[in-house]
Design a protein around this ligand. Structure first.
Ligand SMILES: Cc1cc2nc3c(=O)[nH]c(=O)nc-3n(C[C@H](O)[C@H](O)[C@H](O)COP(=O)(O)OP(=O)(O)OC[C@H]3O[C@@H](n4cnc5c(N)ncnc54)[C@H](O)[C@@H]3O)c2cc1C
Length: 261
């Protein structure tokens, strides 16, 4: 926004195919404080992006997901903020017998906001970022965000000590004789891959009460199995009429350049 304040004659638009903003709980505040809402157009799916070298201009073809109307946008500068995963289709593996399951199978990426899971048996598949934080409370989320810089610093300064402490913390939540070395000892240092925070160690309670590794019955299965990676929001890019083949490009300092074999 600061950039645009310095360029009063410049107009900009933010195009988003979802019907509202996503992201974190603080996003509404950021939008309000900076007066961004009037620049955002929701339900706009970008299908193609074409660069014209002679005109130094991008032309985007979009369609309105509500009305189906085709729209054209053009500009000199295209800032891609499409993220790295397919928002419309989460990654769910095929499990044998899946079609026989009569309960609810939900991927957190498409979590129904009105889901009532009170008193239900819920099984979470996965052990990574989504699974660990599926039911994390907002207050806990804020505390983690607040403490994170200090924790990251100590991970960089004393990785081996932090690794030892984390594993000891996990072991303390697990039953006697649980194979911590085999199941909970990563080959990498803390923050070389992300550290998942498990408030109150609730994930470990299911190991401690012996439910792990057996047949589990559940009314709801939350498949926290990850996402599908996608390049540039599935948008077809062309440069002077030629479709860009990303396999034939390299990126250097955030700039894509074509190379010819
Ligand atoms: C399971 C999971 C857990 C995570 N947990 C955390 C966490 O706890 N803390 C943290 O800091 N980060 C977390 N992240 C990472 C964080 O979500 C991303 O780094 C962040 O969302 C990236 O922001 P972005 O704006 O680049 O992309 P996104 O948030 O992905 O936004 C991209 C937007 O572009 C839109 N879009 C895409 N293609 C098109 C198109 N063709 N036309 C129109 N619109 C389009 C999408 O609808 C989307 O709204 C997590 C990620 C995942 C997957």
């Amino acid at each position: 926004m600061e950039t645009f304040k310095k360029l009063p004659d410049t107009s900009f638009v933010v195009l988003e195919f979802q019907s509202t903003f996503g992201g974190t709980a603080y996003m509404q505040e950021v939008i309000d404080d900076n007066g961004i809402a009037k620049h955002v157009r929701y339900n706009q799916h970008i299908d193609t992006a074409s660069w014209d070298s002679k005109e130094s201009k991008w032309t985007l073809e979009a369609h309105d997901l509500k009305t189906g109307e085709k729209k054209i946008f053009s500009g000199n500068f295209l800032w891609m903020c499409q993220g790295y995963y397919r928002h419309t289709k989460a990654y769910t593996p095929e499990w044998p017998g899946m079609s026989d399951y009569k309960g609810l199978l939900i991927h957190p990426q498409h979590w129904p906001t009105d889901l009532d899971y009170a008193g239900k048996e819920v099984i979470v598949i996965g052990s990574g970022a989504t699974a660990a934080t599926t039911w994390i409370h907002e207050i806990v989320r804020r505390k983690i965000a607040h403490d994170q810089p200090a924790f990251t610093k100590i991970c960089i300064e004393s990785p081996e000590q932090v690794k030892k402490d984390l594993i000891a913390g996990v072991a303390a939540h697990l039953p006697e004789g649980f194979h911590v070395e085999k199941n909970f000892t990563p080959s990498y240092r803390p923050w070389q891959q992300r550290v998942a925070f498990i408030p109150d160690g609730d994930l470990f309670k299911s190991f401690a009460d012996g439910r792990s590794g057996k047949e589990l019955k559940g009314d709801i299965i939350a498949s926290a199995t990850g996402f599908n990676l996608v390049m540039f929001g599935d948008i077809v890019f062309t440069v002077d009429g030629e479709v860009v083949d990303w396999h034939k490009t390299i990126t250097y300092r955030s700039v894509f350049t074509r190379y010819d074999e």
